[in-house]
Design a protein around this ligand. Structure first.
Ligand code: URA
Ligand code: CA
Length: 486
């Protein structure tokens, strides 16, 4: 795929031609040659019309469009129109692969020295602390994990923001530092650098402004290109589905999961995806520092959340499966993950990773929730029948913005829990704000009847074994937590 790109981009991508030079070139192009790699306005207009009318664009056209946009040879108006046409008409598998390849080619690419190296991606959710737990856990089983992460997007939390709740911790690692920590400690979590897939960074911002984010082909190209450029040889995707995720229906999320796997394999990397529930927060803590505390407590064995742990085990197993598919054994994987957790090796790896990235073990160990807290309580007894997940995520983000990294929300009631009048739904940590506490309480719906038991994993597909579309029920027993109020 890079081969095609190399021939198309005769004009060096690093030095976008000035408008003046381009104009001259456009003049020349009409008379003599077409400058490889750039579209002019008329060609772009024809491409937009073709997508608008339900047609498909060829590989080289997608490559030219991305190169032209990055070189400012075509403007936001034309690209936005194309994105909208692509959102409404969809991209076929070939177009999605071409767009992904054009994205990858827009910047630098990394290469993990160890062929077993795994990365993991979540499509985004609330209280999704799985990455912080599963990365050191899998590394403690002997498989290198080189994870590239992003910042918070809308109501969803970002792994980088959670890590940076620890004073001094750095995520802007140069590629050499990143892979050297992976080699030494077993894992590292770094920021997606601006030099990897710059096309996605610019186009994502344009999609955000033009309501063209929820388009499966565009999402798949955006996600997969960043993972390919990040240099891991195997990738596990966690596609979140539900009222707190970007994907709301299971069929759509499953289709995205399958497309992520197919696309990743087209680049010669191994892949596996799960589709998991996001109709309520995954873990109990929502907020950057609180989620770091929850990950720490789960890893050191002072906190046990069955829902978060179930996803961590599922993802951990998938990561071991894609790392070395030929020798994968599901039962053995589970045993090693459990042993790594119980023995404290996963926690030691977590601490070593944070220290290698500039944090201090002491700061981690003593980190505690914001000292001011108020409980949001139930005004009547009943069953929790629903949780406004997006709203909770947004409230937690507001709390962190107002009161710092140790502020946020600790969820105490889960969907299906029976709750008494006056019992606590959630604890709000942060500077005193009664309106906030009331808003958090309103996120919980109480009903007379117990809701049907929920599903935690809706689908699983990819490398390592046959597809399993079985639903796995989530345990709903309340767990004791060090996040509980003293
Ligand atoms: N996450 C991404 O990185 N890109 C998308 O398009 C959607 C979610
Ligand atoms: Ca993420």
């Amino acid at each position: 795929m890079r081969r095609t790109v190399a021939t198309l981009h005769a004009v060096p991508r690093k030095v976008p031609p000035s408008t003046e030079r381009l104009r001259t070139r456009r003049g020349l192009r009409v008379a003599f040659v077409r400058i490889p790699g750039f579209l002019d306005e008329a060609m772009m207009r024809r491409a937009i019309a073709r997508k608008r009318d339900g047609g498909a664009l060829e590989d080289r056209v997608w490559h030219d469009i991305i190169a032209s946009y990055l070189a400012d040879a075509i403007d936001d108006a034309q690209l936005a129109a194309l994105l909208m046409a692509s959102t409404i008409r969809g991209l076929d598998a070939d177009e999605t692969a071409a767009l992904t390849s054009a994205f990858v080619a827009s910047g630098e690419t990394l290469h993990a020295p160890d062929a077993r190296t795994v990365d993991k991606h979540s499509s985004g959710g609330v209280a999704d602390t799985a990455s912080l737990v599963v990365v050191p856990l899998v590394a403690a089983c002997g498989v290198p994990v080189a994870k590239l992460s992003g910042r918070a997007l809308g109501h969803t939390g970002g792994t980088l923001d959670k890590l940076e709740a620890l004073p001094g911790l750095r995520t802007d690692l140069a590629p050499e530092a990143f892979f050297s920590i992976v080699a030494r400690v077993g894992c590292a979590i770094a920021a997606q650098s601006a030099r990897l897939v710059p096309a996605d960074k610019r186009i994502y911002a344009l999609r955000d402004r033009t309501s063209t984010v929820p388009a499966p082909g565009l999402i798949a190209a955006s996600i997969v290109s960043k993972k390919i450029a990040g240099g891991a040889h195997a990738i596990v995707y966690d596609v979140k589905c539900g009222n707190g995720a970007f994907m709301h229906d299971i069929a759509g999320a499953s289709a995205l999961a399958r497309s992520l796997v197919t696309l990743t394999r087209a680049f010669g990397r191994r892949a596996r995806a799960i589709v998991s529930d996001m109709n309520e927060p995954l873990g109990r803590a929502i907020g950057t520092g609180l989620e770091l505390c929850e990950a720490r407590d789960l890893l050191r064995g002072t906190h046990d959340d069955p829902r978060l742990l179930a996803i961590v085990m599922r993802l951990g197993s998938a990561m071991l499966a894609v790392a070395v598919p030929s020798s994968f054994d599901a039962a053995l994987a589970r045993t090693s993950l459990e042993a790594a957790l119980r023995s404290g090796r996963a926690y030691e790896t977590f601490v070593a990773m944070l220290v290698a990235q500039g944090g201090s073990a002491r700061d981690l160990e003593t980190m505690a929730p914001h000292p001011i807290s108020i409980d949001a309580v139930a005004e009547r007894a009943g069953y929790v029948t629903g949780i406004e997940t997006v709203e909770l995520g947004e409230r937690a983000r507001d709390l962190v913005a107002a009161s710092g990294a140790r502020a946020g929300i600790v969820v105490r009631a889960r969907v299906g829990d029976r709750i008494a009048r006056g019992e606590t739904f959630a604890t709000v940590h942060g500077d005193d704000d009664a309106a906030m506490v009331a808003a958090v309480a309103r996120c919980f719906t109480i009903g007379e009847d117990a809701p049907q038991a929920g599903t935690l994993v809706y689908d699983e597909t990819g490398e390592g074994s046959d597809d399993v579309s079985v639903a796995t029920g989530a345990a709903r027993t309340p767990a004791r937590s060090t996040l509980e109020r003293k």
